[in-house]
Structure formats: structure tokens, C-alpha cells
Design a protein. Structure first.
Length: 596
């Protein structure tokens, strides 16, 4: 029986000087909480959102017909569409007739359950260039709904500049972070199959997800093309975790794809059950939800951070709390906003921003190119249970691995994909026709369809940047972010290549292609924001050191995706947590030695 997360008491002691105040409770904040409390430090976690029990609200196994709107949000809610991101004036939700406007992800099926986890664009506007910014303001942040593809980076990423001359190398190499990836794998559980690829290092895997017939066929075909198809590396415990009583193992209930992420038995990692609740049990953690931090305060004599100022997200009352160290984990863009908001006579450009690099070198993944098709041998075959698994498959990058490559663009991309019978088979979207004939065809094709979609590295360029908008404020009166961010020529060329190689792989496997696209989706679609406070050895061109400590302010850290030097092709969350673990170990050591 799973133990419920207890409601927290917001009446926390704000007269104490905590060893650490952590801002944000998602992947990064949760990991900081886990590591620092394990070291015996007294930690206060401040989270802007409220606590919501996803065991109760996600209803992962509810059938669509048991919901009054088949899982859709009420009519007075609206999820922004792809087109709206392009043509609407910013802020996107201004003058909207809907009561609540959310990001595009709430447009997927079954999102009524997660509608309270994500932000309302009316309360949380943005300005500037188009950007589909997906945010979850809740204890656990975006980990309550994430897609769980849990991948490692390699020296192809950390030392990418050495290979192609673009951008900067990271100040660490794979050997520095490998032990921490291992710790994350073992503490949280990751399912996968070892492939021994230098550009996608293997983890300490639990039982892999099962590949379908067509996926095994594609895997075999790709072996002949020097490419790999591997079972989805899911941040899901498939074997169970003896040390965590708040999470169940995955029973392969096949509900992963039904709603926007979210697993109500927490087999899929989420920060509240994977990290925060166990940290409570140490007795070293205090958590205050509904706490919107708007400034990091500074001692003007020492230049050190003294604490944070925050307002209660519901009552709007102002508070201040003191701490020996401040850990920002509000997510890449929110942390940048907070740094820029923290202006003082000591730090007129924002705390720790003497380099002027905060907000810059912002990067992510470009998405859009995709191929859908079917395996002719499987048409009309009896139905099989293929969706009893937390993911399909992953095709790691294969371009530009050789330094002499002539692809015409820099860096790489990977494909995520899936196939087989599901409650809503992919075939229903791609089968042409109407009525009886359409239904018959959709059923015949149900287990035969297969699709892939690419995620590619967006180059970290100085000019891609966020800053504070001088005029527009959010519902709490805090200046919002203005985006100045665009895909460039490299991303356009990469997308053309994604579409070409996607088709090439399907053709090689003798799959019939139903549709394919080379169109890129709006900036932000990948929900993988990185950069904005990159790490490095040189304080003139980077914001933090390799332990995510500000060059200018040693008792201030930022432990989310902000510090990533480049985006790589791999999803970021596992790397965020491994880096955070490493930095918090280092911080605890420094605190013990009195070096901070
Ligand atoms: C639908 C979806 C699918 C995804 N799929 C994948 C995937 O397959 N693989 C992968 O690697 N990643 C995936 N991601 C991305 C992943 O969720 C993020 O990389 C990860 O959650 C980032 O962790 P974080 O702690 O930096 O930010 P978050 O998880 O967003 O947490 C930040 C927290 O900080 C809080 N906060 C913000 N501002 C303040 C403030 N001023 N004061 C106090 N608190 C504040 C927020 O409320 C939030 O709870 C997906 C995300 C979504 C939404
Ligand atoms: S398939 Fe596994 S991870 Fe997905 S919802 Fe079911 S139990 Fe959770």
C-alpha cells in the first residue's frame, strides 16, 4: 500500500537561519533537497505552487468513457494551439475569452486531470518572440507530468567544441559526472537496455520495456545502417525500489500515454515521492508551498547572498528568510528571471551577473520532423497488448559522430518512437476516409502502425536570450520574461536532414509511409530549456563554476538546466539531477570545512 504525502504546514519558522534555502521543488530542487538533507543539513524548500496529491488526481487508469468529457478540460479552459503561438500577439492569453489559458500540452487527450498542475497563461504572461513555454507550478514541478525519457550525455556533448569548433566545452567531462549518473539511476530507477554506444552511455538499468514486432524489425534493419534502436530508457522503476516506500514498481498498466505524463502509483519518477517525501523522513527538511520567491537578498559588505524575499502565492503577504546558502532550482528560465530580478548596488545587472551572460546562450531542442507508417505484414493481424509499457523506443543520434562528417550542419538529433496496438492506435489519425469504411480500416491497421519524431540540438548562441520586460508584470506584480530567441540556419538544415533520414529508415525497413513532415514546431515545443547561466572556468564568459556555484557569489548556486553549456541531442532531466547531486555533495563538503 502506498503511503500518501502528508500535507505540509506553511507556518514554518522564518526566524531560523537555514543551512540552505532551495527555490523550486522539481527535478533539480527535489534532488538538492535529497542530497543536502542526507548530509544532515537543515533545509527550507520554497515552492511557488501548492501541494497536490497526484496519487489522487491523475486517475491514470480511468477509462475515457468514465469521464464526462472523455478526459478533456472544461469548455472555459483553452490550451494554446501550434498556430496560436505563431500568430497571436504576446502575451498569448491577453484578451482571451476563456477563463483559463494553458500551454499546448493541455491540448492532448486526458488533460482534465493535470489542468491544475500547469500554469495559467493569464496569470503568467510572457512577451517577445514566440515561445511555447510549458510550466508546472506545483510541488514537483514538471516532474509530475514529464515524459520520463532518461538519457545520459557523453563527451560528444561535454567536449563538443573540440570536435566541431562551435561554442564552448563544458568544464567537466563524462568521467566527472558518471558516478553521479549511477547514483541517480540506483536511487530513482531507470529502465533500459545496454548498447555500449560511446555517444549514449549506458546506465544501471532495471528491466527494459519490451519492443514490439515492428520495432524489433526496425532495430534489425538499423543495425545494417550503423544506427541503433533501443527500448525507451524510462525514468521508471520497472523492478521496484526497496529503499522507497512511496513508489510502486511499474505494472505496465499501459496508461503512460493516455494522459499528459503522470503515473498515479509513482512508478515513473516524480520529485515529491522520489526525492522530497523521503527527505522529510530525515527530519531535516521544512517545506513551504505557495511561496513565490522574487529576490535573492545580499549583504552589501561581503557581497554574499543572505536569504530570499518571497510572497505567499495565495495571501500575497511578504516574507524574508535567511540562509547560509541559497540554491536556485526554479527551472532554467525562472531561475534566470530571479537572478535578473535580484538587482542591488552590489549587483546592478542582477546577482552574480558581472559577466552579463545571465539569460544568454539559451538553448533547447528543435522538434517537428516526423514519419508515420505501417508494417504491411501486421495489417489485419489479431490485436496484441502493446501499450503495457512506459514508452516505445529511442534512436540515438547518428549524424556528425565522425569529425569528418559532411552532413552540412553541426551536432545531432535522436528520434523517439512507438508502435503497435494501443487504446487509441496511431492508425486512427493517419487512416484516410469516413464512417464504416474508416472504422474497418482503422481496426485492420491498429497493430501495424509505427511512428517516429525527432529531437535535435539547438546551438547555444549568445544572441538567443531572455530578459526582464520593463512593462509587463505577472499576477503577483513581478516583471515577466521577454524572449529574444529564434531557431537559426543550423536548426533549419538539421530539420531537413531529420525528415530525410526518418523516411530513409522506414523505406529500408519496407514500412509503408502514411505521412511525413519536415516542418519545425514553434520554439519551446520540446519543453527542454537549457543555458542562461552556463558553467565554465572563465568568470568573464560563464556565470557559474563546474559545481554550479556563482563565480561572483560563492554561497549561491543554480542547479537546474541553466548551467548546461549546450543542449546536446539528449533529454536533460537525468543530467540536471546528476549535476545537482555532484554540486550539492561539494557544497556540503565546503560547509563542513567552513569554506563558505
Ligand atoms: C509533458 C512533459 C514531458 C517531458 N518529457 C521529458 C522527458 O521525456 N525527458 C526529460 O528529460 N525531460 C522531459 N521533460 C522536461 C522535464 O520535466 C524538466 O527537464 C524537469 O522537470 C526540469 O526540472 P527543474 O527542477 O529544472 O524544473 P521544474 O520541474 O519545472 O521545477 C521548477 C519548480 O520551481 C518552481 N518555481 C518557479 N519559480 C519559482 C519561484 N519564483 N519561487 C518558488 N518556486 C518557483 C515551479 O513552481 C516548479 O515547481 C518534460 C516536461 C513536460 C512538461
Ligand atoms: S505503464 Fe508503468 S509508469 Fe506508466 S502509468 Fe502504468 S505503472 Fe505508471
Amino acid at each position: 500500500m502506498l503511503v500518501q504525502f502528508p500535507p505540509s504546514n506553511p507556518e514554518v519558522d522564518l526566524n531560523t537561519t537555514y543551512d540552505a534555502v532551495i527555490v523550486g521543488s522539481g527535478a533539480a530542487g527535489g534532488m538538492a533537497v535529497h542530497v543536502l538533507t542526507s548530509h544532515g543539513l537543515k533545509v527550507l524548500l520554497l515552492e511557488a505552487g501548492k501541494y497536490q496529491d497526484t496519487s489522487k488526481i491523475l486517475h491514470s487508469m480511468e477509462w475515457p468513457y468514465d469521464h464526462p468529457r472523455r478526459g478533456q478540460m472544461p469548455p472555459d479552459y483553452h490550451a494554446l494551439t501550434a498556430a496560436e503561438y505563431n500568430f497571436r500577439d504576446r502575451p498569448y492569453a491577453q484578451n482571451s475569452p476563456y477563463k483559463k489559458v494553458t500551454s499546448y500540452v493541455q491540448g492532448w487527450g486526458g488533460t482534465d486531470y493535470s489542468k491544475t498542475l500547469v500554469v495559467d497563461e493569464k496569470q503568467n504572461p510572457t512577451t517577445g518572440t514566440q515561445y511555447a513555454w510549458v510550466r508546472a507550478r506545483v510541488v514537483g514541478g514538471k516532474t509530475t507530468i514529464w515524459g520520463r525519457l532518461a538519457l545520459r550525455l557523453s563527451d560528444y556533448d561535454f567536449k563538443a567544441k573540440d570536435r566541431d569548433g562551435f561554442g564552448e566545452n563544458w568544464p567537466i567531462s563524462y568521467a566527472d559526472i558518471e558516478p553521479y549518473y549511477d547514483k541517480v539511476d540506483l536511487y530513482l530507477g531507470v529502465s533500459g537496455y545496454p548498447e555500449k554506444l560511446p555517444w549514449l552511455p549506458d546506465g544501471k538499468f532495471q528491466r527494459p520495456v519490451r519492443l514490439t514486432y515492428s520495432e524489433l524489425h526496425l532495430r534489425k534493419t538499423l543495425q545494417g545502417m550503423n544506427r541503433t534502436l533501443t527500448p525507451y530508457r524510462a525514468g521508471v522503476t520497472t523492478d521496484g525500489l526497496k529503499h522507497n516506500k512511496y513508489r510502486s514498481r511499474c505494472y505496465g498498466r499501459g496508461a503512460c500515454n493516455r494522459h499528459v505524463g503522470g503515473c498515479d502509483i509513482h512508478a515513473a519518477f516524480d520529485s515529491p515521492t522520489g526525492l522530497i517525501r523521503p527527505a522529510y523522513d530525515t527530519g531535516n527538511l521544512t517545506m513551504r508551498p505557495n511561496s513565490t520567491v522574487h529576490e535573492i537578498t545580499v549583504d552589501k559588505d561581503t557581497g554574499k547572498a543572505t536569504g530570499v524575499a518571497f510572497i505567499d502565492s495565495e495571501t500575497r503577504k511578504s516574507y524574508h528568510v535567511k540562509a547560509k546558502t541559497i540554491i536556485l532550482a526554479a527551472s532554467t528560465l525562472e531561475s534566470a528571471r530571479l537572478i535578473l530580478l535580484s538587482k542591488s548596488t552590489t549587483y546592478p545587472n542582477g546577482i552574480g551577473n558581472s559577466s552579463g551572460h545571465v539569460g544568454h546562450n539559451f538553448c533547447e531542442h528543435v522538434m517537428g520532423p516526423s514519419v508515420a507508417g505501417f508494417m504491411p505484414d501486421l495489417v489485419g493481424k489479431p490485436r496484441t497488448i502493446d501499450d503495457g509499457r512506459p514508452g516505445g523506443f529511442y534512436i540515438p543520434r547518428f549524424q556528425n559522430l565522425d569529425a569528418n562528417s559532411k552532413s552540412g550542419f553541426l551536432r545531432g538529433y535522436g528520434f523517439e518512437g512507438g508502435s503497435g496496438c494501443g487504446m487509441t492506435p496511431g492508425s486512427v489519425y493517419d487512416t484516410p476516409g469516413f464512417g464504416e469504411e474508416y472504422k474497418k480500416n482503422a481496426r485492420r491497421m491498429a497493430g501495424a502502425t509505427i511512428d517516429i519524431g525527432a529531437f535535435g540540438e539547438v546551438l547555444a548562441r549568445y544572441e538567443n536570450q531572455v530578459e526582464l520586460d520593463p512593462n509587463v508584470k505577472d499576477a503577483w506584480g513581478i516583471p515577466v520574461l521577454r524572449f529574444n530567441y529564434k531557431f537559426g540556419e543550423n536548426e533549419h538544415k538539421m530539420c531537413e536532414d531529420m525528415a530525410r533520414t526518418g523516411r530513409e529508415m522506414f523505406e529500408a525497413a519496407k514500412f509503408e509511409i502514411l505521412s511525413s513532415s519536415s516542418k519545425m514546431l514553434t520554439e519551446g515545443w520540446s519543453i527542454h530549456e537549457m543555458g542562461t547561466s552556463r558553467m565554465g572556468d572563465d568568470p568573464k564568459t560563464s556565470v557559474v563554476n563546474q559545481f554550479q556555484q556563482f563565480h561572483d557569489v560563492k554561497n549561491l548556486l543554480v542547479v537546474d538546466g541553466s548551467t548546461h553549456v549546450n543542449a546536446s541531442a539528449q533529454n536533460p532531466t537525468w543530467t540536471i539531477m546528476a549535476l545537482c547531486w555532484r554540486s550539492c555533495d561539494h557544497l556540503a563538503d565546503q560547509l563542513k570545512k567552513g569554506e563558505i
